[in-house]
Design a protein around this ligand. Structure first.
Ligand code: NAP
Length: 221
């Protein structure tokens, strides 16, 4: 039975990854930081791991908690968005909050998984088209944009480091109706995740280091 690890699965896109992989009979390990979310994950048949991705103390325990596992698919989903318009300088607190959750977290979490890659493993980091510099046409929420551009850099380095052992991609999940995306967004979490799962299933080593839309089309870095 293939094994998926979903980082940040309490709600939204992460919770939908758990639901869909479990529905297909996969073994799923999933992380969340709240007791209620952890209980919900367990009730779905997932192995639930407490993890606050923005906490050095919490992330330092992860490798021990996952000891011996071999993952076919790893999806790092957890992220935050603080909306801003224009070029208002962020406060130290806002900068740290966004950068810790969106950049420092994958830099701390993902390298710990290097010895937990099943043969042919695939790693997906849920980034955002808002982090693309090639497709940039707006400055809204520039702190979030900067954080996702930096997250893309993290993914690119992982793709170089893990080449030959895993296929690593960055995803734009679409504009998705979640707490973050809001009710006017284009697509449901079900559609977004079904698309990304299809793309993940079809990834080959030649796709290593690409930035992809949820439908598989290429997004410029
Ligand atoms: N929705 C969209 O339209 C859209 C578009 C582009 C990219 N994205 C990206 O897709 C990912 C998921 O977004 P979403 O729409 O599902 O957002 P969401 O509904 O707001 O969910 C965010 C998820 O991240 C988790 N999280 C945040 N900070 C965390 C921390 N410090 N430790 C552990 N978990 C943490 C949340 O857990 P808690 O419940 O504990 O807070 C929650 O599970 C994010 O990386 C986001 O940037 C979303």
């Amino acid at each position: 039975m293939p094994h998926a690890l979903i980082i940040g699965a309490s709600r939204g896109i992460g919770a939908e990854f758990v639901r869909q992989y479990r529905a297909e009979g996969w073994q799923v390990t999933a992380t969340a930081r709240g007791d209620e979310a952890l209980a919900t994950l367990r009730a779905q048949g997932a192995t639930a791991i407490a993890l606050d991705v923005a906490s050095a103390e919490s992330t330092s325990r992860l490798a021990r908690q996952l000891d011996g596992a071999a993952f076919d698919v790893i999806v790092h989903v957890a992220g935050v968005l603080q909306r801003q318009s224009g070029l208002a300088p962020p406060t130290d607190a806002d900068f740290d909050h966004t950068m810790h959750a969106n950049v420092l977290a994958p830099m701390r979490v993902l390298p710990q998984l290097a010895d937990m890659l099943a043969p042919g493993a695939k790693l997906a980091l849920i980034s955002s088209k808002m982090g693309s510099m090639g497709a940039r046409a707006s400055t809204s929420s520039w702190l979030y944009r900067a954080s996702k551009a930096a997250a893309n850099s993290v993914l690119k380095d992982l793709s170089l480091e893990w080449a030959g052992r895993a296929t690593c991609v960055s995803f734009h999940p679409g504009w998705v109706r979640t707490d973050m995306g809001g009710s006017n967004a284009d697509i449901t979490a079900q559609e977004s995740v079904a698309g990304m799962r299809r793309v993940i299933a079809g990834l080959t080593p030649q796709d290593n280091g690409r930035f992809l839309n949820y439908d598989g089309s290429e997004i410029p870095w």
